[in-house]
Design a protein around this ligand. Structure first.
Ligand SMILES: Cc1ncc(C[n+]2csc(CCOP(=O)(O)OP(=O)(O)O)c2C)c(N)n1
Length: 292
């Protein structure tokens, strides 16, 4: 059966708001994720759902500075999604910020479209700063961007980047951590999606990466821990990063955000089996009923 969902036409401004407004935005992002994945019939559902609260604040809470009608604005902050497979939540944010038509979310993962299963530069989708998908690479590129802004251009642009927790099993991320501290990249905000789920099971069972706070502290980071589903906590975490940057501390920031894969849909929550599976049409309808 051909699955077809329609997308609401809501665009969101990037401004400070009440927690309840962010919760509503996050719900809209989750609805987009469910619909686009069901229509794609393949892709990653659980991670993007778990990140919707953080993304609602990052993109629509006056944290990331950008102009959707001028994607290459030379004073913009950058966002690099290092875990490229998590892109459905990024695509939803970009569409709802006005980078491209919202209806284009229905083209996720279809051959020849701009919304590929892992973001690429070849598709020239506005708002995408770099290709990603090979785990560990995006965060290195983000640190390189932060280095350029701070040391070469000497601007106050910030670079935000998100890695999964399973992604931290890649050795290269720790080289990035070392160099971010060495080059005093206090304009780098590294967000870790600490959901203890990865493709094959629990992160702690596949290859334990804990204790993350102590590891990043030892590397010289400004370590912030937050509940990735508590809007106030998320706002507070980004505020602390901004204050750290503005103080010129020289310390890169990591926000370790405790999240649950699949958050928002009862039958997906905290199950690694939703790492890389789309909902069927029936499951999507059930999920959308919960996300009303
Ligand atoms: C270098 C590299 N190795 C393996 C993969 C395959 N892969 C894609 S996602 C993933 C698990 C990542 O886990 P995590 O970062 O925790 O993401 P989540 O499960 O939370 O979405 C793996 C192993 C890849 N994309 N890149």
């Amino acid at each position: 059966m051909e699955t077809k969902f329609t997308f609401s036409d809501l665009l969101f401004e990037n401004k400070r708001r009440k927690p309840q407004e962010f919760a509503e935005i996050a719900k809209e992002l989750r609805r987009d994720i469910i619909k686009s994945l069901a229509m794609a019939k393949s892709g990653h559902t659980g991670g993007p759902l778990g990140l919707s609260d953080i993304f609602s604040v990052l993109f629509f809470g006056d944290v990331l500075r950008y102009k959707a009608d001028d994607p290459k604005w030379d004073k913009r902050d950058k966002f690099v999604l290092s875990g490229g497979h998590l892109c459905p939540v990024l695509y939803s944010c970009l569409a709802r910020a006005g980078y491209f038509p919202i209806e284009e979310l229905s083209t996720l993962r279809k051959y020849g479209t701009r919304l590929q299963g892992h973001p690429g530069l070849d598709t020239e989708l506005p708002g995408i700063e770099t290709a990603a998908g090979s785990l560990g690479q995006g965060i290195s590129i983000a640190a390189g961007m932060a280095m350029t802004h701070k040391l070469l251009d000497k601007t106050d642009q910030r670079v935000f980047s998100l890695t999964g927790d399973g992604e931290l099993q890649e050795g290269s991320v720790w080289e990035t951590a070392m160099s971010a501290a060495q080059y005093k990249l206090d304009n780098l905000c590294w967000i870790v999606d600490d959901n203890d789920c990865q493709i094959d099971g629990r992160v702690k069972d596949v290859m334990n990466i804990k204790p993350l706070d102590k590891k990043f502290e030892a590397f010289g980071f400004n370590v912030i821990e937050c509940d990735g589903h508590d809007i106030d906590d998320i706002i507070n975490a980004f505020d602390k990063f901004i204050a750290n940057h503005e103080s010129g501390s020289g310390k890169p920031t990591v926000i370790i955000a405790k999240t649950f894969m699949g958050r928002g849909v009862s039958f997906m929550e905290d199950l690694h089996t939703w790492h890389g599976n789309p909902p069927s049409f029936e499951q999507a309808e059930k999920a959308l009923e919960e996300l009303k």
